[in-house]
Write a protein that binds this ligand. Structure first.
Ligand code: SF4
Length: 164
């Protein structure tokens, strides 16, 4: 897996002050994607155990409330193993901090049985649809996307939307 960038202080991708990592590679090619430089699986830089350690160290700062994993596509078959490793390591170290992630795949159709879902608190799912863009939406770009409380959804075997 490769990644595009790590943001050391992000206040726009999830609640509070967070660390964000943008993974590299996406095949959805949504029209007017906000992050086209992340589409090439060969772009960016290598994601290694040192990258995980760097993210974990940054997340240890007291004012950081969690980690946001974006793309690119964190749940693409070429990336999901690395995403799982990162999310698992984060939750083992910081069980009281949250992971938010964004994916063009659908939670109930594609992702609910994947190991990585055990570690994710909130998933914004579905591709970005430019025709459904609405700048007033919170945490998502188009109205087809859902902000999902993953742990409540897994426990109840339905899709439970996140409420803040
Ligand atoms: S899924 Fe996300 S990164 Fe991929 S093309 Fe769509 S908006 Fe861009």
């Amino acid at each position: 897996m490769r990644y595009n960038k790590i943001r050391k202080m992000d206040i726009s991708n999830g609640p509070g002050v967070r660390i964000s990592i943008f993974l590299q590679g996406c095949e959805f090619h949504c029209k007017n994607c906000f992050n086209p430089e992340t589409h090439d699986f060969e772009g960016g830089r290598e994601f290694s155990d040192e990258s995980i350690q760097k993210v974990l160290d940054l997340c240890g700062l007291e004012y950081i409330v969690g980690l946001s994993i974006l793309g690119g596509e964190p749940m693409h078959p070429r990336n999901i193993e690395g995403t799982t490793k990162l999310a698992k390591a984060f939750k083992e170290k910081y069980p009281n901090k949250t992971i938010w992630s964004w994916s063009g795949f659908l939670f109930d159709r594609d992702l609910k049985d994947k190991e990585v879902m055990k570690y994710i608190d909130v998933l914004v799912d579905g591709p970005y649809v430019d025709e459904l863009h609405n700048p007033t939406l919170r945490w998502k770009g188009s109205s087809n996307q859902r902000v999902i409380d993953v742990q409540k959804s897994l426990a109840s075997n339905t899709v439970v939307l996140y409420e803040d």
